[in-house]
Design a protein around this ligand. Structure first.
Ligand code: C6P
Length: 410
């Protein structure tokens, strides 16, 4: 059944408010998405009726909490088509997931090995690899982003040259949070595999906006955050192929991840517990599973069409504004648009738009090296989700016209 987009907004209590006397136009979904009532209710229900610690208790509440937490793992495995719930490690978010893979990889890398990333990576998929390269003597290289004429795509010819036998891991984003580029993740995984490299996908921006099927993609690891897909903050997932996870050592140790301990040492549980030391975010996992249900009810193909159409429409409407530079590809883009005016700083744009009830984001979006490459220090970004409408893009355009008029640009 086709999603009725006009009714989706009513599912989100936060969107019913006005800001500065104007209806809230929330266009900061790349940073975090709003939460539907069903997810909020699931969190309240858990704390009101089931709250307890998992795995260690034999009483009724602990069993209910454990069932909820492990049920969430199974639900999320289904959401990304993982072969086994044990391949789902709960984390705080994308950043922690990538740090776990990167730190675990340290034991597998030696001087001269190559870690391959791309020039469009978020700091969260860049700095952890820099640290591992420093610690191991491995070399970090980056697949270039095409500039000027074809701004925003990866240079796939360069990828062939860069994928040498020394490359042990290729880490790349599924969708850029700044350029709106959707990378051909399946093809990138295929090429990496053919060259003998493992793959790590940063799915922070794709997970809530399009179907993500780890087996179809053929990736080895994939990380995402719950809060960008209508789930709670503080919960995320690292997917890893089971055979690989069991080869990697833990990055944090303590309770819950050990089989047995004596005064001199300990033995680790297999994945996923091996990577989940301490009390996990139980409510967060349960809320995330409900977010999966919510997005699947809307249909992820349908969400992709909706969000990408808004991104494309915004690209076209904003292109008509004087002195604007929109970065990223012209077509085939995801649901966000990132732009700069020659004479108006992004922070001023965001502040003025806020007066019109619009939530935007201005800054380097944790993409500093990419910004430098593009000759920018910051952009303003509008990022769309299931509750956004074409009418809201018109509100945005009007607000930007007002800003340009104020600064004498139009
Ligand atoms: N981007 C934005 O663009 P965390 O903070 O761990 O939930 O997600 C980190 C992250 C990793 N990769 C990509 C591609 C991302 O876009 C993000 C988060 C936010 O506004 C914050 S900079």
């Amino acid at each position: 059944m086709a999603a009725d987009w006009s009714r989706v907004r009513a599912d989100f209590p936060i969107l019913q408010q006005t800001v500065h006397g104007k209806p809230l136009v929330y266009l900061d979904n790349g940073a975090t998405a709003q939460k539907p009532r069903v997810v909020i209710d699931a969190l309240v229900r858990y704390y009101e009726s089931d709250n307890s610690n998992v795995h260690r208790g034999l009483h009724a509440l602990s069993m209910r909490a454990t069932d909820g937490y492990e049920g969430a793992r199974t639900r999320i495995a289904r959401f990304i088509n993982a072969a086994d719930p044990a391949e789902i490690i709960f984390t705080r978010g994308t950043t922690e997931g990538i740090n776990i893979v990167a730190r675990s990889f340290a034991s597998l890398l030696k001087p001269g090995d190559v870690i391959l990333a791309t020039e469009m990576e978020h700091h969260s998929n860049l700095v952890p690899w820099q640290q591992v390269a420093r610690a191991t003597g491995a070399i970090l290289r980056h697949v270039p982003v095409l500039g000027v004429d074809a701004e925003g795509g990866l240079d796939l010819d360069a990828l062939d040259r860069l994928l040498t036998p020394q490359v042990k891991v290729f880490a790349f984003t599924h969708m850029s949070n700044t350029l709106a580029t959707i990378n051909p993740a399946m093809e990138l995984c295929q090429r990496a595999r053919a060259a003998g490299a493992l793959t790590v996908i940063d799915a922070a921006q794709s997970i809530g906006h399009m179907p993500v099927d780890v087996r179809a993609l053929g990736c080895d690891f994939l990380a995402f955050s719950g809060h960008k897909m209508c789930g709670p903050t503080g919960i995320g997932v690292l997917y890893g192929r089971r055979t690989l996870l069991d080869r990697l050592g833990p990055t944090e140790t303590g309770g819950g991840m050990v089989v047995s301990v004596d005064y001199d040492g300990a033995r680790w549980k297999p994945a996923p517990e091996r990577f989940e030391a301490g009390t996990p975010n139980i409510a967060g996992a349960i809320g995330l599973a409900v977010a999966c249900d919510y997005l699947d009810r809307l249909g992820r193909e349908a969400i992709a069409r909706h969000d990408n159409a808004l991104g494309q429409l915004a690209y076209e409407k904003l292109s008509a504004l004087p002195g604007i530079r929109i970065i990223g590809p012209r077509g085939g883009r995801g649901g966000l648009v990132s732009f700069a005016f020659a004479d108006v700083h992004a922070h001023d744009v965001v502040t003025f738009a806020d007066e019109d009830g619009i939530a935007l984001r201005g800054g380097h979006h944790c993409n500093q090296p990419l910004m430098r490459k593009l000759g920018l220090t910051s952009t303003t970004r509008a990022s769309f989700y299931v509750y956004n409408t074409e009418a809201e893009i018109d509100v945005l355009v009007k607000s930007l016209q007002r800003i340009l008029k104020f600064f004498g640009g139009a």
